[in-house]
Design a protein around this ligand. Structure first.
Ligand SMILES: Cc1cc2nc3c(=O)[nH]c(=O)nc-3n(C[C@H](O)[C@H](O)[C@H](O)COP(=O)(O)OP(=O)(O)OC[C@H]3O[C@@H](n4cnc5c(N)ncnc54)[C@H](O)[C@@H]3O)c2cc1C
Length: 457
């Protein structure tokens, strides 16, 4: 099976590559190979009744399939160079922002119209934060919500399905150099050949990506891992921030160690969810645009970045071990009241039941101090008290902490300004490149490569 362009992975990176290629060069023969299912067949079996926690489906419907890890996400497209990746270091700041705005326009055209764009420009909250040692990062954020995000993906799939060949349930096992491009051998043993190949395997494809880089001798660098907890509290506590900004990315430098702790992925009136990465259950969150599906709680992560280089290099391995420990003690994700944590006692089912904050995720009541390293936990506690000054109530006893939340980053693949590897015609985009970690950056990287290919394929 021979193609002009092969795309591995149908997450935002792969979808936007395919979209832009079809728009600019509709005559090209393009195939997308995807481990997971088409969008309508992606169903996580956790229903809170019969199946209460992750049972490790293969492929995982949350992480794999059309729409990638982003399909059931909150659909927050942050338009900024301040976080979400370092794409701008490769393609320039203005180009990166222009591409993120372009992606936003496509999302609006395919079902996202009417959704709100929030912005930190001119907000008085910035000054309030600074007075408490908190730094609010600049961004515009389009909140599609899980429901509208799904509709946009459905519309993009309907647009692309007759122009691009999608091969679902088709994990790529090996990428080899061929006479005229690249040969991809799937786990089933089928062979696809493409003159050009774009790899967009996301975070779930991180381990596989490592083998591709090893086999093809593509240089890589170790990346950081972010470790922390997901905080859940009554939506009213953060409403003055979330009503104006929707998501506030706030960074705090701890007094004790000088570490940076940051908020991440804020979900007003949202729900806390499990995330399964390569069999390890961690925590995440999302929220719906539809008021009928909203909860009374807001959740967000508090994360500390750790980067190891010498002699220990495996930052992800460190994060995995901490997540495994929480899985070992809690059988999955652990939940603890903030009041119990600072009193040095575990949360019990009774204490959680009596809590004024009702958990949105069924997690095991326990003690996070037995799992999270002291330095990281001290930083998180310090930041909760700092946030309490701008959002009084954050440090209430009944604030819930779920652990662990781990953000794994792929090792950074050595790429040029076109996101091309040392092998001409082989591109790596999105989260598996290690240079993006968000919907907007991953999508923008896909458009960038497609535009380059449309002139050079
Ligand atoms: C619960 C959750 C909520 C999130 N919320 C947000 C948010 O609100 N805003 C935000 O900016 N980001 C969010 N993210 C992160 C965001 O989803 C990712 O940054 C983004 O999806 C990355 O896009 P990608 O295309 O690089 O990779 P992915 O979306 O991970 O897609 C990669 C695809 O490649 C496939 N694949 C992997 N290996 C292979 C292989 N060997 N062969 C074939 N296919 C393969 C996978 O099945 C997957 O479908 C969230 C993530 C999760 C899990």
């Amino acid at each position: 099976m021979k193609y002009d362009v092969l795309i591995i992975g149908a997450g935002p990176g792969g979808i936007f590559s395919a979209y832009e290629l079809m728009k600019l060069r509709p005559e090209l023969k393009v195939a997308v190979l995807e481990t997971g299912n088409p969008l309508h067949k992606r169903n996580c079996p956790i229903d809170g009744k019969k199946i209460k926690s992750c049972i490790g489906c293969k492929p995982c419907s949350i992480m794999n399939g059309f729409g990638g890890a982003g399909a059931f996400s909150d659909g927050k497209y942050n338009i900024t160079n301040q976080f979400g990746g370092t794409l701008y270091e490769y393609i320039g700041k203005q180009e990166a922002l222009d591409l993120m705005h372009y992606v936003d326009q496509i999302n609006l055209a395919y079902g996202g119209e009417g959704t709100k764009l929030y912005s930190t420009a001119n907000t008085a909250i910035k000054k309030q934060c600074l007075q408490s040692g908190l730094h609010l990062l600049d961004a515009s954020v389009r909140h599609l919500g899980t429901d509208v995000n799904y509709i946009v993906l459905e519309n993009l799939y309907n647009l692309l399905k007759d122009k691009v060949e999608f091969h679902f349930n088709t994990p790529a096992a090996k990428v080899e150099k061929a006479e005229n491009g690249y040969r991809v051998i799937t786990e089933k043993g089928d062979t696809f050949e493409g003159e050009k190949c774009i790899i967009s395997a996301g975070r779930s494809g991180s381990k596989w990506m490592e083998t591709v880089c090893k086999d093809l001798k593509i240089p890589t660098k170790s990346n950081r891992v972010d470790i922390g907890v997901r905080v859940e509290l009554p939506a009213a506590v953060f409403s003055h921030l979330t009503d104006e900004l929707y998501e506030s990315k706030i960074v705090y430098r701890t007094e004790k160690y000088g570490d940076l702790v940051r908020t991440f992925c804020m979900n007003p009136k949202g729900a806390v969810v499990n995330e399964n990465t390569n069999g390890i259950v961690t925590v995440n969150g999302h929220s719906y645009e539809d008021p009928a599906k909203q909860t009374n709680n807001t959740n967000f992560a508090l994360l500390v970045a750790k980067h190891f280089s010498e002699p220990f290099k495996d930052s992800n391995g460190y994060g995995e071990s901490i997540a495994r420990l929480s899985n070992m003690l809690g059988g999955g994700v652990i939940v603890q009241r903030f009041g119990d944590l600072i009193r040095g006692r575990r949360s019990t089912p009774d204490r959680i039941r009596e809590s004024f904050t009702t958990p949105t995720l069924m997690a095991t009541p326990g003690d996070l101090s037995l799992v999270i390293p002291k330095r990281i936990l001290d930083g998180i506690i310090e930041m909760i008290y700092a946030l309490d000054q701008v959002a009084p109530g954050t440090a209430n006893d009944d604030t819930l902490l779920y652990g662990v939340e781990v953000k794994f980053y792929n090792m950074e693949v050595s790429l040029d300004e076109n996101l091309q590897t040392i092998h001409p015609g082989l591109f790596v985009i999105g989260d598996c490149s290690g240079i993006t970690h968000s919907l907007s950056h991953a999508s923008a990287s896909g458009v960038h490569v497609a535009r380059y290919l449309s002139e050079n394929a």
